[in-house]
Ligand binder design. Structure first.
Ligand SMILES: [Zn+2]
Length: 143
């Protein structure tokens, strides 16, 4: 399901596609801003709140993978200076706790430093819902 971007945010994204600077834009019929890219996968954000991707296996298609959706929003918020994109990442529910892997930073941490790799265990949300009686259940609440 696409993110429900408000009209002003959609317009900001459309304007960026019309006047790209330093990033790639997919042309019509699927206008979208290039966001994440690694060796084999690139993700793109559309103005109507969808995340498209292409990779070695499949041509351009919409992805519903929560990890890719959240990682794309975070990266796009930083790259395009649109912090409101982060608000579309689900908030921590009452039963959630801070992700013990990334400590809520949404990125993998090595030697105390967040890396430029998004956290897989929490799907880049920064929180998890621990299984009952797991170790994580004793760690900090995130709300
Ligand atoms: Zn995490």
């Amino acid at each position: 399901m696409p993110f429900d971007f408000p009209p002003m945010l959609r317009q900001q994204l459309v304007t960026m596609m019309e006047h790209p600077s330093g990033y790639r834009v997919l042309p019509t019929p699927h206008p979208a801003l290039s966001v994440l890219s690694d060796f084999s996968t690139t993700t793109y954000l559309t103005a109507d709140g969808r995340v498209l991707m292409d990779d070695d296996d499949q041509p351009l298609h919409e992805t519903h993978d929560p990890y890719l959706l959240h990682a794309t929003l975070i990266k796009a918020a930083e790259r395009f200076h649109l912090p409101q994109l982060r608000t579309f990442i689900p908030a921590c529910p009452p039963e959630g706790v801070v992700c013990p892997t990334c400590q809520g930073t949404q990125r993998m941490i090595i030697d105390g430093q967040p890396l430029n790799i998004f956290c897989h265990p929490c799907q880049a949300r920064g929180w998890i819902v621990p299984a009952l009686d797991s170790v994580a259940a004793t760690e900090g609440e995130c709300h």
